[in-house]
Ligand binder design. Structure first.
Ligand code: GDP
Length: 489
């Protein structure tokens, strides 16, 4: 009789050195194991402490997640308008709500997860239809999707003026930080609004006093448009723990992103078909991501000129020649195989692709290298609420992340995610100054593979001293593309 063997767990290599849990069935989410095969090995070490922390979190999530008795109890208390003993209750939750496009969302999910790890909360996601079926479940034997029927799930009510927002509750005297009230006297949930309003994150969140008070709430609802992970590093009470989790601070999103995000088999189909068709056999891959922001449009000619200037100055592509170089032969007289360099373009528009492809179609290169230019889609319009559109956007983020080099538009979270996954420092095509149409500098190399937090918090907390964080903290600096922004390095 045939023996029934249980499937052997995937090897350590496939699990990215322990970053990924071995408890999943491989076929349910192929990208989890196959995506890393399209990339060079990660340049960043993984701390055993982070691995341990992730396994502990997974057990916690399974114990408290949807479908458990603890979850039902916590929901009942929320519905009854009661906060349980937040400090000691076994399960605390943070519910993520979506804001903006896919890149923004991925950065805020990763930040919220880091926050959940630090503050012992279970991360649940309110998934709108346009985001359904994009990502596999990241935690084994449970779900991170907020089940239907959540009593406080009206996204319309989550905005900067919401009376349940932490800052407004402080302002209105509903709660007081510094004081340690009995948890049971607190409202049933707190809403944390972490949006870059006025390009400053609220100064009332990333401070020890506030974190202590926030920690007493069993339920937290959170909406953000920012990569707020660097702000957690600036919160004194989390500093030590973060140092143990991330001895290399530059690798925060790189590791957490590769842990959390795995395209579903459907989206992985798009990614792998494209990769195998066009990118698998080339010698070298370079990605260009051109993002034109509706609120700061740049003329096509200006953007194209800037891209070409960047390519020339940084020698990103082979130079054009005037005549076809003589056929190269080996000593044995055989024709040498020409090197093929692939250019992958991600953009809502096809113009950049057309021009660059045309350049290498009409002209030879000096070295005889072949340049093949590809663009998976050109959607023309960004559509935050279309599921199909988001599938393509996600696929393109992944395809970009397989490139050996990346040049990207300033300010784009879409690009941040791609280079963060790849672990490569991108060239950033700077935005023109506010009063100019053209950027004097075409592009600069990023000093870090971390995404940029566009709106840093004020460091002084209640002292309200406006200190330049980058000048006093050795592990953050200002971003190349957003001068007042901050990034870990
Ligand atoms: P950001 O606005 O550049 O910071 O990036 P987001 O990802 O948050 O929002 C932009 C959205 O526009 C994306 O999620 C996509 O829906 C769409 N988009 C922008 N650029 C591209 C692109 O090159 N390819 C595709 N498929 N979609 C894009």
């Amino acid at each position: 009789a045939p023996t029934i063997t249980s499937p052997s767990p995937p090897s350590q290599g496939k699990l990215l050195g322990g970053l990924l849990s071995a408890a999943f069935d491989e076929s349910s989410c192929q990208s989890r194991y196959k995506s890393s095969l399209y990339r060079k090995p990660s340049p960043f070490k993984l701390s055993p402490y982070l691995v341990q922390k992730l396994r502990k979190y997974e057990a916690y999530h399974k114990r408290c997640g949807p479908g458990t008795k603890s979850y039902r109890k916590a929901i009942a208390q929320l519905a009854a308008g009661r906060n349980v003993d937040g400090g000691k209750s076994r399960c605390k939750y943070v519910v993520w709500f979506p804001c903006n496009g896919l890149g923004n969302r991925m950065l805020t999910i990763a930040s919220t997860f880091l926050y959940a790890l630090l503050s012992d909360r279970v991360l649940l996601m309110s998934v709108p239809q346009e985001q359904e079926g994009l990502f596999c479940e990241p935690f084994p034997g449970t779900s991170w999707v907020l089940p239907g029927g959540f009593p406080q799930g009206n996204p319309q009510k989550l905005h900067v003026g919401a009376p349940e927002s932490y800052v407004n509750m402080l302002k209105n005297g509903v709660i007081r930080s510094g004081k340690q009230p009995a948890s049971t006297s607190l409202p049933p949930y707190v809403y944390l609004h972490v949006e870059q309003t006025h390009l400053r994150l609220s100064d009332n969140i990333f401070c020890d006093d506030d974190q202590a008070l926030l920690g007493k709430f069993s339920w937290m609802l959170l909406k953000s448009d920012s990569y707020f992970a660097p702000a957690l590093f600036l919160t004194p009470m989390y500093e030590k723990e973060l140092a143990r989790m991330f001895p290399e601070k530059e690798s925060v999103f790189h590791h957490l992103g590769r842990y959390l995000f795995h395209p579903t088999n459907k989206v992985w189909g798009i990614v792998s078909r494209y990769y195998e068709a066009y990118l698998a056999r080339v010698d070298d891959k370079i990605g260009f991501q051109i993002r034109i922001f509706p609120e700061k449009p740049v003329k096509f000619e200006n953007m194209y000129d800037q891209l070409v200037r960047c390519i020339k100055e940084q020698r990103l592509l082979p130079e054009l020649g005037t005549a076809e170089p003589a056929a190269n032969t080996t000593d044995a007289g055989k024709k040498k195989k020409k090197k093929v360099k692939a250019v992958l373009i991600a953009s809502l528009y096809s113009g950049y692709y057309e021009k660059i492809r045309g350049m290498y179609y009409e002209n030879p290169t000096k070295t005889g290298e072949i340049v093949a230019v590809y663009q998976p889609s050109h959607e023309e319009q960004q559509q935050y609420t279309s599921n199909e559109h988001n599938q393509k956007a996600l696929a393109e983020i992944y395809l970009l992340s397989y490139c050996d080099k990346i040049a990207m538009s300033a300010w784009s979270t879409f690009g941040y995610v791609a280079y963060g996954f790849a672990g490569v420092k991108p060239w950033i095509l700077l935005r023109p100054d506010w009063d100019k149409e053209v950027s004097a500098i075409a592009c600069v190399r990023s000093t870090s593979v971390e995404p940029c937090l566009h709106s840093p918090p004020i460091l002084g907390c209640r002292a309200k001293k406006d200190v330049d964080v980058a000048a006093v903290k050795p592990y953050v600096r200002h971003c190349e593309d957003v001068g007042f922004g901050l990034k870990l390095f």
